[in-house]
Design a protein around this ligand. Sequence first.
Ligand SMILES: Nc1ncnc2c1ncn2[C@@H]1O[C@H](COP(=O)(O)OP(=O)(O)O)[C@@H](O)[C@H]1O
Ligand SMILES: Cc1ncsc1CCOP(=O)(O)O
Ligand SMILES: [Mg+2]
Length: 256
Amino acid sequence: MIDELRQERPLVVCITNDVVKPFTANGLLALGASPIMSGESDEAADILKHAGALLLNIGTCTKEKLPLYEEMARCANNYNIPVVLDPVGYGASAFRKNFTDKLLGNYDIALVKGNAGEIHALSGQKTLSKGVDNVTEGNTVEIAKTAYDVLKVPVLVTGETDAYADGNLTKTMHNGHEYLEVITGSGCVLGAVTASFLALENQPESIEYAVSLYNIAAEKAAQYAEGPGTFSVKLIDEIYNFKTDDYKTKKVKVHE
Ligand SMILES: Nc1ncnc2c1ncn2[C@@H]1O[C@H](COP(=O)(O)OP(=O)(O)O)[C@@H](O)[C@H]1O
Ligand SMILES: Cc1ncsc1CCOP(=O)(O)O
Ligand SMILES: [Mg+2]
């Protein structure tokens, strides 16, 4: 699928937060996708017409930006393009909760992707999270399954173990490195990488391909890194250098 992605070079519209825009664009370029960021709702129909997927990441949202997110979601739904929603910091403020709930309530979302704390809060549970960092809220499989039951939208929960649930299928993915916890935007870039694979085909395998590629690249990058700073640069290199053969270290478990 990585060869197909590089050949097709899907356009991925990223409506994302101010902290991670360059990192996200560089991650997608290294992958072989074509990122475009936008801040203008009047161009939503034009840019989404040629896009393969839309990422909506609420990390630095403001109430003025709600019409932008809504118009992007509306156009993506019109064109039948998969939408990935990353509810960054969902449990941290009522504003983030209301913003996310509005998007989830009014548009078709192909995948909700967030860390354990965010997704735990999203399914209506009391959360320990105060910010955007992951907090341990228990088993990511249970968090993903509960969130699917509540939302009826496919869910990806990230952490040391990543878990996916969609009602028919539950699986866990076990690659990765702890350096990912100490660089900002590691979850946000994964959301964009996942959207890129969903642009090829909107199916659960695309999510597995995305999560595994990203986390295997992270494992390789960590071997050459001296700390989080060099790791984030090496991560871009290892996404760029990723070959189909690298999937042989993929650790995925399908749950009954
Ligand atoms: N302790 C860890 N060990 C290995 N991989 C991790 C660990 N923590 C997070 N990851 C990976 O880092 C990426 C971002 O996950 P996470 O830190 O949960 O998201 P966020 O940055 O949104 O809080 C995912 O690919 C996840 O698999
Ligand atoms: C620090 C911060 N503040 C608002 S968005 C953001 C980036 C969060 O990135 P990630 O969810 O990938 O850790
Ligand atoms: Mg995140």
